[in-house]
Design a protein. Sequence first.
Length: 151
Amino acid sequence: MRDLHGTASEVVAAPPEKCVALLAAIDGYPDWYPGGVREVEVLERNAAGQPTSALTVLHVEVAGFDRDFHLTMTVKVDPRGRVALTKVKADSSDPPFDVVWHISEHEGTLIKLDLDTALSLSRFVPLGGVGNSIARSFVAAASEALAAEDS
């Protein structure tokens, strides 16, 4: 297993509540980031209708790496500024796949994404910068979606 980490952030004009709403609605990701999130099927919602678990197909294509990941994800939302998407592990040997959004006020609203996973890849496959590239593409897509909602 090879650990893969990434982080990216951007300041957007949208208020924090709007950012949390967009990032918590995992079923909307294919609309605003179809190149990275191909499919989402919501399995469970809470009483407010917020998705709490979903089947997802994530596509990663960067630096010669091209793969679809079929994952069951849980969604945990702290309306004060945190959205955590966590892969449901099949067993203890199953690698993690965690995406955590942090939303805070900072000369606008700062949206930050932290990505942590592990991949079963040869050590000869170059992964330098791949995690940050994936994180940047998610943040850029979210930023564009938030800007489009305001126009």
